[in-house]
Design a protein around this ligand. Structure first.
Ligand code: NAP
Length: 222
């Protein structure tokens, strides 16, 4: 049975990816704080390294999915330094570390890395400097890594979603529009992942958007 190691499988997009992978017959090991086979806070990169090294002693990885992430969309000077470090650790350092730790196994299995980045990795928006730095960094990391490891037949895909209805927005000042043609659903991204996994060719970079743009500002927003 092929084995997926993933982050973010406890909620939103990652939960839909996890459920689809289980339906496809994969064994899934999820890393998150609230629910999963490996309980770990990704901002604690030392613990992450220890837990995953231990896990890799008895497991191979066919697919690595870096999905966990957090958003902050505030004036940059209002974000405190510890929050900046935490967001970079979760969104960027953890995927880079996990790729590093899993590469030996992924080369053996001729496996696949998926990085869930964001539409923000492909453009430049007000109040998104920190988030975009992490997501465009992750996207470029994946694109460079593919050039390095394609000789070993390891695939790397950057999945760049636009606004998707998930708990991601619970702590933010805005959320996706409620109109069905102005937001994505997590299952749409899971269907895209399934298509990519089943494709012979390597899809290195894919941006997924709703047909129309829509955003709802919450009360007391900036
Ligand atoms: N929703 C969107 O519109 C959208 C658009 C583009 C890109 N994305 C990206 O898609 C990914 C998934 O987001 P989502 O919308 O599904 O959000 P979500 O429902 O809030 O899920 C976030 C996931 O990240 C995990 N996570 C957060 N902080 C963590 C930490 N410190 N340690 C371990 N795990 C942590 C959470 O797990 P626990 O809480 O269980 O630890 C959860 O599984 C993120 O990378 C996000 O940047 C989202």
């Amino acid at each position: 049975m092929k084995h997926v190691l993933m982050t973010g499988g406890s909620s939103g997009i990652g939960k839909a990816l996890r459920e689809t992978l289980l339906q496809m017959g994969y064994k899934v090991t999820n890393i998150s704080r609230s629910e999963g086979e490996i309980l770990c806070d990704l901002s604690n990169t030392k613990t992450l390294e220890c837990e995953v090294k231990k896990w890799l002693k008895t497991n191979e990885v066919d697919v690595l999915i870096n999905c966990a992430g957090v958003g902050v969309f505030e004036p940059h000077e209002s974000i405190n330094v510890s929050k900046i470090k935490e967001i970079i650790d979760i969104n960027l350092c953890a995927p880079i570390i996990l790729s590093n730790l899993c590469l030996r196994s992924l080369k053996k299995t001729k496996g696949h890395i998926f990085n869930v980045t964001s539409i923000e990795a492909t453009k430049h928006s007000k109040f998104s400097a920190l988030y975009t730095a992490t997501k465009s960094g992750l996207r470029d990391f994946g694109l460079c890594l593919f050039e390095e490891i394609r000789k070993d037949e390891v695939k790397v895909t950057s999945l760049n979603p636009d606004m998707t209805k998930t708990p991601f927005f619970d702590s933010l000042h805005f959320e996706p529009s409620s109109k069905s043609n102005e937001h994505l659903l997590p299952q749409t991204l899971a269907n895209t992942m399934k298509f990519i996994l089943e494709n012979e060719a390597v899809i290195t970079d894919i941006t997924i958007r709703a047909p129309k743009f829509g955003i709802t500002k919450k009360k007391n927003s900036l």
